[in-house]
Design a protein around this ligand. Structure first.
Ligand code: IPM
Ligand code: MN
Length: 363
């Protein structure tokens, strides 16, 4: 009997269901061509879950995820739910608790620009002659996103808001280990980003990462301050290999790296724990402005699935084939709306079909 791989699929809101549909095409081909028993079960999350069940992260969804080997998520949120108090909004009430619940402390976001596709990038060609391949490793369950107190305080005497940022040493050690291990599989370079000239959490961050690096003599480590890092990435992204960041800094840096590839619609992400369990989702949002128009870019979603089978199922070869198929489709000149600067673009569905075609050509 073949092993059964179970994926909890959470299409969510906005363009989520549309781009998920294209991902199913790749899943089905893989099941057929490689005789792999992948079972997908769908659950509600985000705004649609609020509408149907009164909560953004229903119990049934959590149980479904718990009984699976990995989670494939579309996107959550939209203007319909923006009127809710912030803690009830789909993004806040589903993404943050699901990350915490499964202890998904490591967020990997992969920004790749092929040198022949450098015209897609908003950067000047001379700065990206060779393209780039950056892996952002973002700490995802600590820092200012989760530390307490975090609230607005209003009474007769005072009115203020407070957020707290705490980093425990063990939290820094385990994310550093992930970054160094990933660097060993790549160009053996880690750049850690912090604000150690000002923040105590950053001072501990830097000291701890220096300590962990001693176990990785093959990996070259450097540190940059956040403000400088933002500039260096724009000036010469190809100098970076693995970028390691605390939670909030990683949120910003990963979006920056994403858009430098031409579109945030091509940036996949993996949020993993120590047990190879993970949640895989596009780094961009629900894009409600283009929802239902069949113009969304399905690449980030398909690449997220590729990261899923790589990290959680250890099917690195098939994952590589998917990545190659996507590069090939782009090199053939196929573009969705977000990466086209004229009227010459194909639909979400057509892009999905072209990627499947390129994938089959690679087999
Ligand atoms: C992301 C998102 C989330 C984050 C929001 C929606 C809570 O921007 O996944 O990057 O800030 O982590
Ligand atoms: Mn973000």
């Amino acid at each position: 009997m073949h092993k059964k791989y179970k994926i909890a699929v959470l299409p969510g809101d906005g363009i989520g269901p549309e781009v998920m549909q294209e991902t199913y095409k790749i899943i089905n081909i893989i099941k057929k061509k490689f005789c792999i028993n992948i079972q997908t079960l769908e659950y509600d999350i985000g705004g649609i879950a609020i509408d149907k069940h009164g909560t953004a992260l229903p119990e049934k969804t959590l149980i479904g995820c718990k009984n699976s080997d990995a989670i494939l998520l579309g996107s959550v949120g939209g203007p319909k739910w923006d009127i809710l108090p912030s803690e009830k909004r789909p993004e806040i009430a589903s993404l943050l608790p699901i990350r915490k619940y499964f202890n998904l402390f490591a967020n990997l976001r992969l920004a790749i620009l092929h040198k022949k596709l450098n015209y897609l990038s908003p950067l000047k060609k001379k700065n990206i002659q060779d393209g780039f391949n950056i892996l952002c490793v973002r700490e995802l369950t600590g820092g200012i996103y989760f530390s307490k107190p975090s609230e607005e305080v209003k009474n007769k005497k005072v009115h203020y808001a407070i957020d707290t940022s705490i980093y425990h040493k063990y939290e820094i050690q385990r994310i550093a280990k992930i970054a160094f291990d990933e660097a060993l599989k790549r160009k053996c370079k880690v750049t850690s980003i912090d604000k150690a000239n000002v923040l105590y959490t950053s001072k501990l961050w830097r000291k701890t990462i220096d300590e962990v690096s001693k176990n990785y003599p093959k990996v070259h480590l450097s540190h940059l301050y956040f403000d400088n890092a933002i500039m260096q990435i724009i000036k010469n992204p190809n100098q970076f290999d693995v970028i390691l960041c605390p939670n909030l800094i990683g949120d910003v840096i990963s979006d920056e790296c994403g858009i430098l590839t031409g579109s945030i619609g091509m940036l996949p992400s993996a949020s993993i724990n120590t047990k190879n369990f993970g949640l895989y989702e596009p780094a961009g949002g629900a894009a409600p402005d283009i929802q239902g128009k069949n113009i969304a870019n399905p690449i980030a979603q398909i690449l997220s699935f590729s990261m899923l089978i790589n990290h959680s199922f250890k099917m690195t070869n098939i994952s590589n084939l998917i990545n190659i198929a996507i590069q090939k489709t782009l090199l053939k000149g196929f573009k969705t709306y977000d990466i086209s600067n004229d009227k010459n673009f194909i639909t979400t569905e057509q892009m999905g079909n072209e990627i499947v075609k390129s994938f089959i050509e690679e087999l």
